[in-house]
Design a protein around this ligand. Structure first.
Ligand SMILES: Cc1ncc(COP(=O)(O)O)c(C=O)c1O
Length: 346
């Protein structure tokens, strides 16, 4: 399956829209919330600041809700948060590590929607699973996925909304450049030039990291909706989403196999996305992996507004994306090496 439909804009089943970044997509959804009178969003306490900023920028009040063992919003905590608020709310559910809402959370989300609230799915970590299965979650009103976390692109995001949610009026700001279409220096990622032994970055992967850095440097300056960059649209048009999902899942499977029986708890083995572990040694292991050139795919620092007691400090995120130019056998060897480093901490 290709996802070339993603670049065609509105009019496809489920109203799909491609924009320049996840922030832009979330900003559109935040504006829609405001236009319907919703001014509070309940967000997962384990989150990336960039997921939350668009709601703050629209003047919404953000309240943080505890996550469960799998790092997805906790159902009881959502119920408590809703009970403490009068009027409809938006609930942002992040499918962190590709894990979906528990049955109890789904029931709570259904109650939120019955009460006039809006449920937004952040599918950034689930985009490959959704692409491969062709499925869209039915428990939400809108789904948003930043693309550059799992797909080989430097910018772009997809937004799907159910019928009745109109984002069109906020689109089309002429003269805006997509964030991925600007220049920055390779020096944006200086850490890649230090430390031995290094992860075997083929030159293609190095160029990709450069492009990511160029885009990232301009994401916060490009919050008005744009299209994804020209290159991203071309890549999406040619991308074999099934093959990418299969290879990513296979990498996750190899890594999970090599870690099986270790002291770390794996919370999403086999998912075509980052492999997430929970271990009290996470910060030290993360630092040792980085010294070998193995970088976490989730650079999530606790936003100042999130209570430290709600923040899980024991999460280790491991990259399972294929590396451009590296064949699967070499990638699997590298993942087994990664597992050896982690197992030393048992
Ligand atoms: C889960 C998640 N959602 C949304 C975003 C925002 O996406 P973008 O960086 O494309 O603006 C991020 C960014 O890191 C993220 O991790």
């Amino acid at each position: 399956m290709t996802i070339d439909w993603a670049v065609s804009g509105w009019g496809r089943p489920g109203s799909a829209l491609a924009v320049g970044s996840g922030r832009q997509g979330l900003g559109l959804l935040a504006r829609w919330c405001r236009s319907t009178g919703i001014s509070t969003v309940l967000a997962p306490a384990f989150c990336c600041t960039t997921m939350i900023t668009p709601f703050w920028l629209e003047g919404m009040s953000v309240r943080f809700v505890a996550v469960d063992e799998r790092l997805v919003m906790d159902a009881d905590s959502l119920r408590t948060a809703r009970a403490g608020h009068d009027g409809p709310v938006a609930v942002l559910v992040a499918r962190t590590g590709g894990s979906g809402p528990s049955p109890r959370l789904r029931a709570e989300l259904a109650a939120t929607r019955r009460d006039g609230g809006l449920v937004i799915d952040d599918a950034t970590h689930a985009i490959l699973a959704d692409t491969a299965s062709g499925a869209r979650p039915s428990w939400c009103d809108a789904s948003l996925a930043s693309l550059r976390k799992l797909l080989p692109v430097a910018d772009g995001a997809l937004v799907h909304v159910r019928d009745g949610i109109g984002l069109e009026s906020d689109l089309a700001v002429p003269g805006q450049n997509p964030p991925g279409e600007v220049l920055a220096l390779r020096g944006d990622l200086p850490v890649l030039a230090r430390g031995e032994p290094q992860r075997p970055f083929p030159s293609g992967a190095g160029r990709y990291l450069d492009a990511l850095a160029r885009a990232e440097a301009h994401f916060d300056e490009s919050l008005s909706p744009t299209a994804p960059s020209t290159v991203t649209r071309r890549v999406l048009g040619d991308l074999d989403g099934d093959a990418l999902a299969r290879r990513t899942a296979q990498n996750a499977h190899v890594l999970a196999g090599a870690l099986s029986g270790s002291g770390a708890r794996m919370i999403n083995p086999g998912v075509p996305g980052p492999l997430l572990l929970r271990t009290t040694r996470a910060p030290a292991i993360d630092a040792e992996l980085a010294a070998h050139g193995i970088f976490s795919p989730m650079d999530w620092t606790r936003p100042g507004a999130v209570d430290a007691a709600l923040w899980p400090g024991d999460v280790l995120a491991l990259d399972t994306r294929p590396i451009a130019g590296l064949d699967d056998a070499a990638m699997h060897d590298w993942l087994r090496f990664t597992a050896e480093i982690i197992r030393k901490w048992d």
